[in-house]
Design a protein around this ligand. Sequence first.
Ligand code: NAD
Ligand code: 0WE
Length: 258
Amino acid sequence: MGGGILSGRVGVVFGVANKRSIAWAIAQAWSAAGARLVFNYQGERVRANVEELAAECGPDTPVAQCDVSRDDEIAGFFDLVRSRAGRVDLVLHSVAFAPREALEGRFVDTTRQAFAVAHDISAYSLVAVSRAAAPLMAEGGSIVTLSYYGAEKVVPHYNVMGVAKAALEASVRYLAHDLGPQRIRVNAISAGPVNTLAARGISGFMEMYKHYEAHAPLKRNVTLEEVGQTGLFLASDGSAGITGQTIYVDSGYSVMGM
Ligand code: NAD
Ligand code: 0WE
């Protein structure tokens, strides 16, 4: 991996659950470009999965628990990153959660608790992770998160997740302003629908998938590899002048007015 465009860089990856995770697609692209990686897992349920995938990036790839709703786990995770890698150049935040009921009924019925949980895990966690990573990013670097069109326009049933993604995209801009002087760039990828664990449970997901095929300019859905390659671009010096942005990887769907 000596000659890759990310050789010598250390990347921290939040959000791999299985091989279909968007985080895994981006991690594979980073690893193939020569980055050394550290992975989180959310809890024991996905630990073995993540350990197995991480080993594909190198035999000593560190894997550690980090529930991003817990400040103590974020602190402990970055202690481990410091001891195992000594530095951070890249951070991938590919984490979202809202209670299932909140994605089923009407947005107007969102409870205070569901609103708080969705924003805590899906938006605030980017702020917390960025603050913990920044002291290790002494030579600057790139922070990448994942968003979705429901941040900007109403997508039926996306509900409180759309509001949380709007907060996430605004957080990207404010983080870009704060961390820019340290040469840390912060950007979001707004991906079209991808058939992952987080999407599969959603009723009507297949109809939405077909709707994109019918209406997006490219007349197809995006692939995990395409999202991975944009993640690689945003991590690399090829995007050195880009920060605070939301980049659409959606077959062009978001430009359509009808
Ligand atoms: P996924 O289920 O593979 O990934 C979601 C991840 O979030 C999982 O790894 C899960 O463990 C993690 N997570 C949830 N709560 C957490 C917590 N408290 N602490 C730590 N980790 C936690 O699904 P995905 O589709 O790859 O989702 C990744 C990101 O991509 C999300 O931000 C999602 O909103 C975004 N996204 C997905 C799509 C899509 O259609 N799949 C489209 C656009 C954006
Ligand atoms: O961000 C997402 C989904 C994130 C997500 C998924 C779940 C399912 C299981 C967050 N929380 C939960 N909670 C659960 O209990 N996407 C962009 C995928 C997605 O989800 C939708 C979509 C799309 C696209 C929900 C409704 C409408 C469209």
